[in-house]
Design a protein around this ligand. Structure first.
Ligand code: HGY
Ligand code: MN
Ligand code: MN
Ligand code: MN
Length: 424
C-alpha cells in the first residue's frame, strides 16, 4: 500500500495557505498570523470553503447541532462502524497556520489519495472538523468533541457565555450558534461508544522534541490532563492619588502574588510534566489613575498525572487563604474544566508503528502536552495521534511552521493507517 500512496503535496500546501487567508489578523513579517475564532465570519468562511472542497471530491458532507463537520466516504459495508480522523480549524488570536489545519486538510488529502489509488474501503472513512477546539470564545476548549463524547452537558454548554466579553453583553453559545445557523438540540451531538471503529488525529507536535532529535514523526501514547480555573480577586479601589496606601486593597497586587504562587507550586513538583500559566488577566476599572478593585485571572494547569495536578491546586489554595487574610481581599475560584488524561490504544500504536516501518520511518513514542479533540474522542473510541515536527517547537504564534515534506509524510502514514483500519 505504501508505494501507491502519492500525496498531492503541492495541492495540500496550497490548501493550507488558502485556509490561512480566512483570518482577521493583521499580516506580520515573521510568518502567517491567523486569528479564526469559532463562529466568527472567518470561521464561517473557512467552514464553507472546506465543505465545497469535500463535496467536489465526491464525499458526503453534513454538520451537527454545534457545527462539527462530518465528511464521509461510505464503505462497501456502510453499517460497519467507520474509521475516523480529523482535527480543528479554529485558531486563537495571532496564532499560526498549522495547528489543527494539518489534521483537517491532511485528512482530506489522505481520503482523496486513497480514493485516487482505487481503494474500496470496507468500513466508511470519515473526516471530522470539530467546533471550537480552542477555548478563546467560550473559555473552555474542545466544545465539539466534549459534546460528541458526552463529557459536557448540552444544557450547560448552551449556557456558556463569551469569556472575553463584558458580562452584560456576553452572548451564550446558544445565541451564537443559532445566529450561525446551527439550531438543533445539542443533545443530538453525542455519539454512541461504538460509533467509530478507530480514531486517528494528525497534528503538529507543538513542542521541540521531534525536530531536536531529527525524527520525522511521533506516535502519541498519552495526552496530558488539562484543567482551567477562573479566579476573581476583589479589593478596594479608588483614586490613585488620594487613596493612601494603608487604605488600599489593591486587587492587582494580590493577583500578582497569586500568579507567582501558581508558578512556584508548579515548579515545586520537580516533575517536568507539571505545567501552569495564567494566560489572561482582566483588570477593573483598568484606568492608570485608579487603584484596581477587581481582577479576573484564568489559570491553565496541566499534568500527565491528575493527582499531582490536584496537589498543586491544593498548595495554591493554601496560599490564597494567606493572601485573603493578609491583604483583606476576596478571592473566589470557579472551575472551568478538570479533565482526565487519555491513553492511546495499544493496537493503534502498534498499527502506526507497522505503517511507519513500511515507510522506512522509525517514529518516536511520546506524550502530547497540548490537549486535542482526541482527548475526548478517547472516551468513545480507541485513539492514537500522529505528530509531525514544527520548527523550534513553536505553536500558537505566527512563526509556527511545518515543512511540506514532514506534512506530506504525516499524511502518507495517516492514509496507510486509515486504509488498514478500514479493512479490519
Ligand atoms: O491548548 C491546547 O493544548 C490546544 O492547543 N488548544
Ligand atoms: Mn491550539
Ligand atoms: Mn490544535
Ligand atoms: Mn488540539
Amino acid at each position: 500500500m505504501a508505494q501507491q500512496i502519492q500525496i498531492d503535496q503541492p495541492r495540500l500546501t496550497s490548501e493550507l495557505a488558502t485556509l490561512a487567508t480566512f483570518t482577521d489578523a493583521e499580516p506580520v513579517s515573521n510568518g502567517t498570523s491567523v486569528t479564526r475564532i469559532v463562529f466568527s465570519p472567518d470561521d464561517l468562511r473557512a467552514r464553507a470553503w472546506l465543505k465545497e472542497l469535500a463535496t467536489a471530491d465526491g464525499f458526503e458532507v453534513r454538520d451537527d447541532a454545534v457545527g462539527n463537520i462530518f465528511i464521509r466516504w461510505t464503505g462497501t459495508d456502510p453499517d460497519a462502524p467507520a474509521v475516523a480522523t480529523g482535527s480543528h480549524t479554529d485558531a486563537i488570536p495571532h496564532a499560526g497556520m498549522y495547528d489543527g489545519t494539518v489534521g483537517v486538510l491532511g485528512g482530506l488529502e489522505a481520503m482523496r489519495t486513497l480514493k485516487r489509488s482505487g481503494l474500496q474501503p470496507r468500513r466508511s472513512i470519515e473526516l471530522v472538523m470539530f467546533t471550537s477546539e480552542e477555548p478563546t470564545r467560550f473559555g473552555i476548549g474542545c466544545l465539539g468533541s466534549r459534546l460528541m463524547s458526552g463529557t459536557l452537558d448540552p444544557k450547560q454548554a448552551d449556557a456558556l457565555r463569551e469569556a472575553n466579553e463584558p458580562a452584560d453583553t456576553a452572548k451564550t453559545l446558544a445565541q451564537v450558534r443559532t445566529a450561525a445557523g446551527f439550531t438543533g438540540d445539542l443533545a443530538s451531538v453525542k455519539l454512541s461508544p461504538n460509533h467509530y471503529h478507530a480514531w486517528l488525529e494528525l497534528h503538529i507536535e507543538q513542542g521541540p522534541l521531534l525536530e531536536r532529535e531529527g525524527t520525522p514523526l511521533g506516535i502519541v501514547t498519552s495526552i496530558a490532563a488539562p484543567a482551567g480555573y477562573r479566579f476573581t480577586i476583589s479589593g478596594l479601589g479608588g483614586h490613585a492619588g488620594a487613596l493612601l496606601m494603608p487604605d488600599r486593597k489593591d486587587a492587582l497586587c494580590a493577583a500578582a502574588e497569586l500568579i507567582l504562587a501558581i508558578e512556584k507550586h508548579a515548579l515545586a513538583t520537580h516533575v517536568i510534566d507539571t505545567v501552569a500559566t495564567v494566560g489572561t488577566c482582566d483588570v477593573h476599572p483598568g484606568a492608570v489613575n485608579s487603584v484596581p478593585s477587581r481582577v479576573v485571572l484564568q489559570l491553565d494547569i496541566r499534568d500527565t498525572d491528575p493527582t499531582r495536578r490536584e496537589s498543586v491546586m491544593q498548595a495554591i489554595r493554601r496560599d490564597i487563604e494567606t493572601l485573603r487574610q493578609r491583604r483583606g481581599v476576596i478571592i473566589t475560584e470557579q472551575i472551568i474544566n478538570a479533565d482526565a488524561p487519555a491513553q492511546s490504544s495499544p493496537h493503534l500504536v502498534e498499527l502506526l508503528e507497522e505503517v511507519c516501518a513500511t515507510h522506512g520511518i522509525s517514529p518516536r513514542k511520546m506524550v502530547s502536552r497540548a490537549y486535542h479533540d482526541s482527548l475526548f474522542m478517547a472516551r468513545i473510541a480507541p485513539i492514537a495521534m500522529i505528530f509531525i515536527p514544527c520548527r523550534n517547537g513553536v505553536s500558537h504564534r505566527p512563526d509556527e511552521y511545518a515543512t511540506p515534506a514532514h506534512t506530506t509524510l504525516g499524511v502518507q502514514v495517516l492514509a496507510s493507517a486509515l486504509a488498514k483500519l478500514a479493512s479490519e
